[in-house]
Design a binder for this molecule. Structure first.
Ligand code: HXC
Length: 511
């Protein structure tokens, strides 16, 4: 056979993956193949596949007689919206996408290439996990990948799509990456499967209830996005990339500045009754460029909002309390959620814009036993450590430790703005009056009247932004409708911010 023809034939075999029957099975399960996924994501005609001729080397359990096209993973380089990316996509039609020595080497090689080029890496996972026949070589392979995930963390963005099973230790590579997108219904992530759980604990669970997309988006926080289907997952990847630079030495991609008029509605958004909630999302959407908000972790720890947006075409990260959910309280999960997001923003040169309206940390044994001290400390640490421009808007309540934790001046905020409705105090005036004036209230002829007077006295003193502003803890007090204009100008000014930090190997964030 002519050598060129031979190559064409080899390529055809590789492209077929696990064969027609398995491809049909994949489609019937509502899943694309590894190559179809890459095609859905990359700009047409840009994919350069590498290592398509790689073969496994294992001879155990009859593997020497088996050929796995591309060894069950497609790897290469391509472009998304004109920007270079590295990609790997596990092929479930080939031995269940299982990961053996050479499969892992392919992934590790494309990780190394992404680092050399300073470009984002996207991993699409659909795999039965460690290739059981290859034994310890599979474990070696995972270790090599985890190691590279860690080296790449904070250098290049790492994005994971879970598009099928992802079990056992295999879940830890996605967990080290920056963002995990799970496809509803078809994706699963768990350390131990239902059979093992049944045997060890007697508990009856299904794969879906154990580690489906809904569970990891709303309960565990392992996943940041839930995609309706694979097409949706591809569009989330593309949207995500539009806010972030290709590596930590680059600035985020700018889009055209847009002129947005001040929104007078903001001047009336805070309810007169301090116990009444409002939707912080309404505030965010009126301050940033219309239609640019991409919420991260939208179903997890919902008393905190995190997400990307643009102001005048400049990408930013937003961290905000959500008064509509548990009054915007800080708890274990919301602290973790915000802290990790802030660290991503800081690593990739994205300014942090914080909106504060929180009554404080959530009290109770569940939180204390769960380590709210340790978790809340992460938030303090992440804000203090971040050297990107940090701007904070206090819309209403900023009480106690939560005031400090939510990007206060004291943790290095570059600009702290407060609305006239801001209440900056050690605690709410009711709680404060009950403690401070307890004896006076008790001794009074009319305790209720005295209590109300004392609450008012405390509120008049601290439930406003002016005491904090008189000390310089708040840079200035603004009308809510002026927020966008202030932030736009400040982002421009602070784009040249350079802040020295003490030299060290790395800090010791409380984990
Ligand atoms: C080798 C595997 C495999 C694996 C699947 N296959 N997983 N081969 N090693 N881990 C093969 C199957 O034998 C089958 O081959 C083909 O892939 C398709 O699998 P099916 O079982 O037919 O598919 P399905 O019914 O959809 O079930 C998918 C599955 C199941 C739920 C993922 O295959 C499964 O439970 N696999 C084992 C999962 C597992 O325990 N992995 C090890 C985890 S421990 P044929 O030739 O019959 O078509 C781990 C440790 C990592 O990963 C540690 C890192 C630190």
């Amino acid at each position: 056979m002519d050598k060129n023809e031979d190559l064409i034939k080899r390529r055809e075999t590789i492209k077929l993956g696990g064969g027609k029957e398995r491809v049909e099975k994949q489609h019937a399960a509502g899943k694309y193949t590894a190559r179809e996924r890459i095609a859905a994501l990359l700009d047409p005609g840009t994919f350069i596949e590498v290592d398509d001729h790689v073969r496994h080397r294992s001879t155990y359990f009859g593997l020497d007689k088996k050929y796995f096209p591309a060894d069950g993973v497609v790897t290469g380089l391509g472009k998304i919206d004109g920007r270079d990316v590295a990609i790997f996509s596990q092929d479930f039609t080939v031995q269940g996408g299982s990961l053996g020595e050479m499969h892992a080497k392919k992934i590790a090689k494309i990780q190394d290439t992404a680092m050399k080029l300073g470009i984002p890496i996207i991993g699409i996972n659909d795999s039965g996990g460690a290739r059981i026949q290859e034994g310890v070589d599979s474990l070696y392979g995972y270790g090599e990948i985890f190691y590279r995930n860690t080296l790449a963390s904070g250098v290049i963005p790492q994005i994971t799509v879970i598009a099928g099973p992802c079990a056992g230790g295999a879940v830890y590579s996605p967990a080290i990456t920056d963002f995990v997108i799970m496809v509803d219904k078809t994706s699963k992530m768990f350390i131990t499967g239902p059979e093992v759980i049944k045997a060890v604990t007697g508990e009856d669970v299904t794969q879906e209830s154990l580690g489906g997309a809904r569970v990891h988006n709303s309960k565990s926080g392992v996943a940041h996005f839930m995609a309706k289907d694979e097409k949706d997952a591809a569009s989330i990847v593309k949207k995500l990339l539009s806010y972030i630079p290709s590596n930590n030495m680059e600035e985020p991609p700018l889009s055209n500045p847009i002129d947005v008029k001040p929104d007078e509605f903001l001047n009336t958004i805070i309810p007169d009754d301090p116990h009444k909630a409002y939707d912080m999302m309404d505030v965010i959407e009126r301050v940033i460029d219309p239609g640019t908000f991409l919420e991260v972790h939208s179903k997890f720890a919902r008393s905190m909002i995190t997400g990307f947006g643009k102001i005048n075409g400049r990408p930013i990260g937003i961290v905000a309390n959500q008064p509509k959910v548990l009054a915007g309280v800080l708890d274990i999960n919301s602290s973790d959620k915000a802290a990790r997001f802030i660290r991503f923003l800081d690593a990739f040169n994205l300014p942090v814009i914080t909106f504060t309206d929180t009554p404080g940390f959530l009290p109770g044994t569940a939180q204390e036993y769960g380590g709210i001290i340790r978790h809340g400390a992460k938030l303090l640490y992440a804000y203090s450590e971040a050297s990107v421009p940090k701007m904070t808007i206090i819309t209403r309540k900023a009480y106690g430790g939560a005031y400090i934790a939510m990007g206060s001046k004291h943790l290095g905020a570059d600009l702290v703005l407060a609305w006239p409705s801001a209440e900056i105090a050690v605690m709410g005036s009711e709680g404060a009056a009950n403690i401070v004036f307890r004896k006076e209230i008790k001794a009074s002829e009319n305790p209720e009247k005295t209590r109300i007077e004392k609450i008012k006295e405390y509120a008049d003193m601290f439930s406003n932004p002016y005491v904090a502003a008189s000390r310089g803890y708040v840079d200035t007090v603004i009308l809510p409708s002026e927020t966008r204009s202030y932030i736009t100008r400040a982002l421009d000014m602070f784009s040249s911010k350079a802040e020295g930090k003490p030299t060290k190997k790395h800090g010791n964030i409380p984990l």
